[in-house]
Write a protein that binds this ligand. Sequence first.
Ligand SMILES: [Zn+2]
Length: 101
Amino acid sequence: MAWENSRPSHVPTAVRDACLARDNHRCTVTQRNGTRCPETANLEAAHIDQWVWGETTTVAMVVTKCHWHHNRETQAQAAAARGPRQSYLRAEERHPGLLHE
Ligand SMILES: [Zn+2]
């Protein structure tokens, strides 16, 4: 489909669905307190390793993450690619939907 080509790192729907089913439709990220993120909404199939142009995504290459965790990781990868720069250093954001100790 044309719209998938406009976003090359997009995970095919069938792969995304299989990924979410395997992970019981829940974010797989382990939080700092050792518990698994309880988010079951706004889930996305996130690449385990950074996606490479032209690579075909398979279920083995993705894990389920909530949008918040996926977005935070994507931003961290982008920051790492840029290298440390003072203006990008920000205080850690808290997950808006979760209770923290
Ligand atoms: Zn999460």
